[in-house]
Design a protein. Structure first.
Length: 256
């Protein structure tokens, strides 16, 4: 059974979207479940994501799953069975928050940000940018009760082999990597097409702007001559060189 609704829900910033599933072709909806909505909201008001929300190219709803707790202290965590340090997030508030969200908007692709998850790469962003509704679950403390992740079939994704204190930053990383691939979000669609990893295994080429000479270093002459074919060839060569020097494993799995 789904929740009857939040206990103290206060969604600031993004509008409260109409209930019911979104039909195909509408603006993609990203729902972020977090204990710190203000941390997420501040980033959504600036830069690429801020413009995307303002232009209604994406929709973002932020839900504090603490509002689905059942005691006057708004408890969402408890001590781990078996002992050990830290606290574990209880399954009930998150499960009810997910059910409440999906009763309003329809089913989402459910993703949990987890350092033990699958490394998130550009191909995942390309896949996600076509989804109608995506739910990003940001945790804290020692993480979530494993039963929650199993029963609600969350997909775990990681942004790297390191640990943060919460999932809000990783959630924003996934959201921005995905949103910038949605048509209209970037001012020039070529910006996304020519980024690192867009072809799956190559870094971006070096970039230069004015002045032509900076502290004794000059802009490569090929970029100043106006020959677009030569420029394209130079950029491809430099991209391959940079990939080999910095991320050889992208082209040679044996070096991973």
């Amino acid at each position: 059974m789904g929740s009857n609704g939040p206990k103290n829900l206060d969604l600031r910033g993004p509008p409260i979207y109409p209930a019911g599933p979104f039909s195909p072709g509408q603006v993609p909806l990203f729902t972020i479940l977090t204990l710190f909505p203000e941390a997420v909201q501040s980033y959504l008001s600036i830069g690429v994501l801020g413009l995307a929300v303002k232009r209604k190219l994406i929709q973002v709803e932020i839900v504090d799953f603490r509002d689905f707790s059942h005691d006057r202290h708004r408890t969402v965590d408890d001590r781990p069975f078996g002992g050990g340090p830290g606290m574990v997030l209880r399954p009930e508030p998150v499960a009810e928050a997910v059910e409440w969200v999906e009763e309003r908007h329809g089913s989402h692709r459910r993703i949990v940000l987890d350092p033990a998850g699958t490394p998130f790469v550009q191909s995942h962003a390309r896949e996600l940018c076509t989804a109608e509704r995506t739910l990003l679950l940001a945790g804290r403390y020692e993480g979530f009760d494993e039963r929650l992740l199993q029963l609600l079939e969350f997909e775990p994704f990681s942004i790297g082999d390191f640990v943060l204190s919460g999932g809000e930053l990783p959630a924003l990383c996934l959201l921005e990597a995905t949103a910038r691939l949605i048509p209209g979000v970037l001012g020039d669609e070529r910006s996304a097409e020519e980024d690192s990893f867009q072809d799956g295994n190559t870094l971006d080429h070096p970039h230069f702007t004015r002045p032509r000479v900076f502290r004794g270093l000059s802009v490569p002459q090929v970029l100043l001559q106006g020959d677009h074919a030569e420029i394209a060839a130079w950029r491809k060569k430099e991209a391959l060189k940079r990939t080999k020097n910095r991320r050889a494993a992208l082209n040679d799995p044996d070096k991973a």
